[in-house]
Design a protein. Structure first.
Lengths: 201, 201
């Protein structure tokens, strides 16, 4: 029992966040109470505002500020004109590409991969929206950045067939040795793949 | 740049919590958006409610549910009747005692220790309230559970003098070898203290 019921409630509520258990939640609650009440109240209002407003972009299904507006990335005309469309499984994959700064086209976010056993089919992944984009004639190449797994492979096959039906070029991210990685610590699947797709010098 | 300004705001606001940097904040934001919007909104309302309401208990200066009410621990008549009053530096110290379950008196929380160089004197620690409790004749023993440091020692001296002026018995937590601790990994200060205060068997 702590000295305050409201404090107990706060410590319990903080544990909704991943990686925050009772010890971290207690530390966070006391820290906010002791030193940062104003910032904590700001967090409360930002949390409410963003969780209520953030919706999916109608073009790419990534998170957007809500309403019928395109997200910031889809609104960028340079990106649209590139004709490159990169399909990823989650919004965090988009963050990773943007952080690396190596891609200047637009994205399409699946929010998962095909998994009939879990009831996740083309509709759940919003593939109707993707089909419209392929039909619109603005996409010159579809780049599949789905995970290298059995489910990811099945999803990639399905998407590749969709693209080919529309006569759109389709590619998938290269597999192989990570930059800075050493050979001896690689798993056998990656090593086999790096041999199979070796580059002529 | 992420796809949503509101998402960027949320990731920034989450970093007010100790131990949460940009990577954890991003993970938390996406997790709440992807899977737990309702729980996230609940966290927002509990955060607002608790940070606005939680105040200091007028008796012990620990956190209470607000208003002029005593906190849950001070309201317990068995605890009051014990006559034992334990002085700690922070509310988390109270949690530690309560978790151990080895103390059944009441507490007084200093929220720091005397530190004239930082402008923290008796007034900042609420020692006027403590003096009233000592004068009320309800305290039979004042137990000092302040930290074992130079500042803690100075604070303990000051509080001991206050208690003696009111004719109240005063004690300080024992120092020595922690239960389950091994001698070889102890610092020299603790080892010297455990020798000095050795127990006759």
């Amino acid at each position: 029992m702590s000295s305050s019921k409201k404090l107990d409630d706060l410590i319990a509520a903080l544990q909704v966040m991943p990686g925050i258990g009772p010890v971290s939640a207690t530390r966070i609650a006391y820290y906010l109470l002791d030193h940062r009440r104003a910032d904590g109240l700001r967090l409360s209002s930002v949390l409410k505002d963003s969780l209520e407003a953030i919706a999916l972009c109608p073009d790419c299904r990534n998170y957007s500020d809500g309403g019928a507006e395109r997200c910031a990335l889809c609104s960028d005309s340079h990106r649209r004109e590139s004709g490159l469309l990169c399909v990823v499984e989650s919004p965090m994959d988009v963050e990773a590409f943007e952080h690396a700064g190596s891609f200047s086209g637009t994205y399409f976010v699946l929010h998962g991969h095909l998994s009939p056993i879990d009831g996740i089919g083309p509709e759940e992944l919003g593939l109707g929206v993707l089909k419209q984009r392929l039909e619109s004639g603005t996409v010159s190449e579809l780049i599949l950045a789905v995970s290298q797994s059995v489910d990811g492979d099945a999803t990639a096959e399905y998407l590749a067939a969709m693209a080919r039906r529309q006569g759109v070029k389709v590619s998938r991210l290269a597999t192989g040795v990570p930059i800075g990685g050493d050979i001896q610590s690689l798993d056998s699947g990656t090593l086999a793949s790096s041999l199979q797709f070796r580059r002529q010098l």
